[in-house]
Design a protein around this ligand. Structure first.
Ligand code: NAP
Length: 450
């Protein structure tokens, strides 16, 4: 098939929508990528041969399974587990597991699709995948979380492996959950296969700086993006949504580089602290006590307040770092941020800005770093963890962070240079989509019709 215009890409998008009925987040992610590809296909028509784009939009394998477990009251609970092995042209499937009640197949497919391009941008030998469950860890005891994780892994273990598919964490899956899942994998396979999962604790094959990597990486990306306009992070007012793994380490690195983070949130509301967020308090609340962010006001006092009804994006800032979940920043939120003088947005989360928000930022000339590039530091450091596991080595924090910083700069420059090459300077969205696509598509081309 030969294809040389946006109309044909539109046709492919319509097929995707029809075949994946009601999977709105997946449609959105595909729409965004295909929207950038007209220019590439015009220049390199062979990428559209042999149904390559259609194959890229179809996961290689989708696994859906029952996850039964027993709660503390002795009741049987049943959740649904997912693993979407999206694309393995560049390496074993690699991508996190999300435990959140909103999880469904469309969300996992959107994340797996995004992951394929993100992983390609890192330049490392990893394909794209994603998984998870509609299990809600919030309010569950450690014992309940462990029994759930064990049951989840009892099915998942037969589909993964260091050369096949390497999961990691995501929303609702941190060090505790990874430990329980790795333990069950080890027990079922009788193999100490550290490279089967990343985000592990340091005592059993984890990498230093993996916990910090996504947040740190997003800050490095934004710092380099600002430098293209002769700005720095020094003294900038920053808002970071969420208060989980990505948010916490985004706040930490922002502060270390001289910015002032004044707000963060959880799914109930947001806090504002005009003196600058005290990260120790946030960590105490979210990592130790596993409580709500509203507690911050009680613990800190002073110039702080908590709100539930308004959007965190109504707070004036220079830099916005959406780091919670998909579609958390709407077109209206973007308008508020622009009116209040935002100069840069860095997506720590996956697809947190709606298409309307992205369009508004780009129209207003706001520097905009899309998640598939800006938050790639997590998976890149997971790949560094796999390298350490393969060589039975363990690097220092400094060494690992140095590599992370270099990878983020390379990804930034690749996106910027690709945008320049295609005549759309400063368009990091198209730059990331095109650069990621070219790598995956070239590998798929070489591997034949599979
Ligand atoms: P996490 O540790 O579970 O934290 C998620 C945070 O987002 C929590 O504060 C949570 O609040 C909040 N949140 C979740 N759903 C929300 C909603 N509907 N509205 C508002 N807030 C919500 O997860 P994470 O690892 O930081 O992941 C955050 C984002 O980064 C996700 O989009 C994830 O895919 C992406 N990401 C993560 C990594 C990684 O290495 N972890 C790498 C790349 C991308 P509650 O506590 O109230 O639920």
């Amino acid at each position: 098939m030969s294809i040389n215009d946006n109309e044909t890409l539109e046709l492919i998008l319509n097929q995707v929508k029809k075949r994946n009925y009601n999977e709105t987040e997946f449609h959105q992610a595909v729409h965004e990528v295909l929207g950038s590809l007209g220019r590439v296909i015009a220049k390199n028509p062979h990428y559209a041969d042999n149904g390559l784009i259609q194959r890229l939009c179809e996961p290689e394998r989708q696994i859906i399974f029952r996850v039964p477990w027993v709660d503390d009251a002795g009741n049987v609970q049943i959740n649904r587990g997912f693993r979407v092995q999206f694309n393995s042209a560049l390496g074993p499937y690699k991508g996190g597991l999300r435990f959140h009640p909103s999880v469904n197949v469309g969300i996992i497919k959107f994340l797996g699709f995004e992951q394929t391009f993100k992983n390609a941008l890192t330049g490392m030998p990893i394909g794209g995948g994603k998984g998870g469950s509609d299990f809600n860890p919030r309010g569950r005891s450690d014992g309940e979380v462990m029994r759930f994780c064990q049951s989840f892994m009892s099915e998942l273990h037969r589909h993964i492996g260091e050369y096949t598919d390497v999961p990691a964490g995501d929303i609702g899956v941190g060090g505790r959950e990874i430990g329980y899942m790795f333990g069950q994998y080890k027990r079922l396979t009788n193999r100490y296969e550290a490279g089967v999962i990343t985000g592990k604790g340091l005592l059993y094959g984890g990498s230093r700086a993996r916990t910090e990597a996504t947040g740190y990486g997003a800050v490095y990306f934004v710092e380099r993006m600002l430098a293209t306009k002769k700005h720095s992070l020094e003294g900038k007012r920053v808002i970071v949504s969420g208060s989980g793994n990505v948010a916490i380490y985004t706040i930490q690195k922002m502060q270390a580089l001289g910015a002032k983070v004044i707000a963060c949130s959880d799914s109930n509301g947001f806090i504002v602290d005009d003196d600058g967020i005290d990260l120790d308090i946030v960590k105490e609340i979210k990592e130790k006590r596993r409580e709500r962010i509203s507690q911050y006001v009680k613990l800190k006092g002073g110039n702080t307040y908590y709100k539930e009804v308004e959007s965190i994006w109504s707070v004036p800032c220079d830099i916005a770092m959406p780091s919670a979940t998909q579609n958390e920043l709407t077109g209206k939120d973007a308008e508020m941020l622009i009116k209040n003088g935002v100069i840069a947005v860095g997506e720590g989360a996956n697809m947190p800005s709606t298409p309307e928000a992205v369009a508004n930022f780009q129209k207003a000339g706001v520097l905009f770093a899309p998640g598939k590039a800006a938050n790639a530091g997590g998976v890149a450091t997971s790949a560094l963890e796999m390298q350490q596991n393969a060589s039975r080595d363990s690097w220092t924090f400094e060494e690992t962070e140095k590599r992370l910083a270099e990878i983020m700069c390379t990804i930034h420059d690749l996106c910027a240079e690709t945008a320049d090459e295609y005549g759309i300077p400063g368009d990091y969205v198209a730059g990331a989509n095109i650069a990621g696509f070219v790598r995956v598509a070239s590998a798929m081309d070489a591997l034949g019709i599979i």
